[in-house]
Ligand binder design. Structure first.
Ligand code: FAD
Length: 380
């Protein structure tokens, strides 16, 4: 550690964990990241509708980071979770880890739900979405899938589509219904990619109902199944359901803080080209929470973390005189791969879409787990 500056990183997900790892020997780093029990703002939302059961494995791993894009595989193959869960201590050997939620921030300090009050020279906010990523490694969820003959998935965004793909490929005998309120699946990518995903799901006998929603509270017991009613009055019989709807950004806690005017109407943090919160010299924001106009993706959260790490090291060494040597962030063109089971995928590339085995080779086998672990300095 060269400079003795105090850097606090709030959020130890995709962006925050890589940043913490990258600067841990250049500053006094504190990483603040909650486990499910201390994370207060997501409590009312049932993430993906899963009823969590803590596995023994998880109980030992409170201070961990989960690779979000790999988590649904563990629903159909629980041992997969062993590589997707990374204990913060595995990659952070020279930093302080506080397992709690940040609840307030001032110009100089951060306050946490468990009573910590910590002073910073630089602050980086990387809180992503408002509940921790899916906690998918519950054996109960796997049991729920295995024991059901029919399954309803509510939500046709990337999570709903990927979950449908995982179940359809590993359990082809299950009757799967996916209900989505939009006019097409996965509106975050182009219409052609949506169509390809729809065709693939249909080819696997997944029944897809668009432009409808399901009121889960009105589901009734129909003897052997639950009976669900859609907004168009259709009935769906299923043994269980998974709710895969979008999660709000985890920035609500900033609304009563000195950064309250730095949020846009969607709750995103307004940043400049250095990913500093607009008007602030020493506060940065990275990952899904920023207002950078691009598809929110983990590989971009990584790029942002890498850039801020580089700029922070420079600033901590040379002060603000180094501004002209600092990198700036440019929004990226649309690029996303949505897995469709273990071998296929649909890809949104900047100027075209692609589906089938080729994008599947890139993502669907290992779901970038080896690559991500390597990035964190761990065995793939
Ligand atoms: C099913 C699925 C598939 C995906 N597939 C891909 C893919 O193939 N490729 C890709 O690049 N991206 C993919 N993504 C998107 C990717 O996961 C996100 O873009 C990425 O996780 C964003 O990183 P982040 O660090 O901003 O937020 P997150 O990874 O969500 O991390 C935020 C962290 O902040 C913590 N936190 C929240 N509030 C507080 C608080 N108040 N105090 C302290 N900590 C807090 C959370 O607990 C969490 O640990 C996928 C996402 C999902 C769900």
């Amino acid at each position: 550690m060269e400079t003795g500056k105090r850097v606090i990183i709030i959020g130890g997900g995709v962006a925050g964990s890589l940043l913490a790892k990258s600067i841990q020997f250049h500053a006094y780093v504190t990483l603040i990241d909650p486990d499910d029990e201390t994370q207060d703002m997501g409590k009312e939302i049932v993430p993906f509708g899963f009823n969590f059961v803590w596995t023994e494995y998880r109980k030992k791993m409170k201070e961990y980071f989960e690779i979000p894009w790999a988590c649904l595989r563990a629903m159909v193959e629980p041992p997969f979770a062993e590589r997707t869960l990374i204990n913060h201590a595995e990659y952070l050997t020279n930093a302080k880890i506080i397992v709690s939620s940040a609840v307030n921030v001032t110009d100089t300090e951060v306050f946490t739900a468990d009573g910590h009050q910590i002073v910073y020279d630089y602050l980086v906010i990387a809180t992503g979405h408002s509940d921790p990523v899916p906690n998918s490694f519950s054996l109960a969820e796997n049991e729920k899938i295995k024991s059901a003959r029919s399954i309803l998935i509510v939500g046709g965004g990337p999570t709903g589509v990927e979950l449908a793909g995982e179940i359809a490929v590993d359990f082809p005998d299950k009757k799967l219904t996916l209900v989505h309120k939009g006019t097409r699946l996965m509106e975050f990518i182009g219409a052609k990619a949506s169509d390809k995903a729809l065709k693939w799901l249909k080819s696997k006998n997944v029944e897809v109902k668009l432009e409808q929603s399901v009121d889960l509270n009105s589901a009734v017991d129909g003897g052997q199944h639950r009976i669900y009613q859609t907004s168009l009055g259709e009935t769906i019989e299923a043994d269980c359901h998974f709710l895969c709807v979008g999660k709000p950004l985890a920035t609500a806690w900033l609304r009563e803080t000195v950064l309250k005017n730095d949020l846009d109407h969607q709750g995103r943090i307004k940043v400049d080209e250095y990913l500093r919160v607009k008007g602030q010299d020493n506060i940065f924001a990275i990952g899904d929470i920023t207002d950078v106009p691009e598809i929110k993706q983990g590989f971009l959260a990584h790029k942002q973390a890498e850039m801020v790490a580089k700029n922070l090291k420079l600033t901590m060494e040379a002060g603000t005189e180094c501004m002209n040597r600092m990198d700036t962030y440019k929004p990226h063109l649309a690029l996303a791969i949505v897995s469709l089971g273990r071998k296929e995928a649909v890809a949104q590339l900047p100027f075209m879409t692609m589906s089938g085995r080729i994008p599947g080779i890139i993502k669907s086998g290992d779901l970038f787990v080896g690559k991500t672990r390597k990035q964190m300095g761990l065995n793939p």
